[in-house]
Write a protein of this length. Structure first.
Length: 160
């Protein structure tokens, strides 16, 4: 794996960075650009449907990048031999943050899917509750964690 990393280092790092940018940037765009626009839709049913639809689009876009982020992280950890270096704590911190973000992402997907099911059953209150937690807490938490992870990555990359 170290040989592959040495051969394709620039490409692997590029894929890693662009994956983080797409994931975190997508959440920032959704939370701070799309979400306020959705709140202007007067019909509660239509508003919830549009939010659920947009979240499905976001999740569809970011999932492949989450996988790419994980794969490239493994190549970088092995290629730089981070686990056996003085920078292992940075590496472990990033691994932990991205792991928490991934778990949070999958919980958001589950909540979004539950909200769609509730909408289809006519349970507006339940759907609203599921989607509200995503917009108010889960996406902002992942944005903050993602920014921290990107900062740690930048700090780590300055060491090489």
């Amino acid at each position: 794996m170290a040989e592959i990393f040495a051969e394709y280092k620039t490409f692997i790092i590029f894929l890693h960075v662009i994956s983080a940018v797409v994931w975190v940037g997508g959440m920032i765009a959704m939370r701070f650009a799309a979400h306020p626009s959705f709140m202007q839709i007067e019909s509660p049913a239509h508003r919830l449907e549009r939010i659920a639809h947009a979240l499905k689009g976001l999740f569809t876009i970011v999932l492949p990048f989450v996988v790419i982020l994980l794969v490239t992280a493994i190549f970088m950890i092995k290629g730089y031999e981070l686990s056996a270096s003085e920078y292992s704590s940075f590496s472990h911190a990033k691994e932990g943050i991205w792991s928490i973000m991934t778990i949070n992402l999958f919980v958001m997907i589950i909540r979004r899917n539950r909200a769609v099911k509730l909408l289809n059953e006519g349970d507006m209150a339940g759907a609203k509750f599921s989607l509200e937690l995503i917009g108010k807490y889960m996406v902002p938490a992942n944005i903050i964690l993602g920014i921290i992870a990107i900062f740690l990555g930048t700090t780590l990359s300055n060491s090489f």
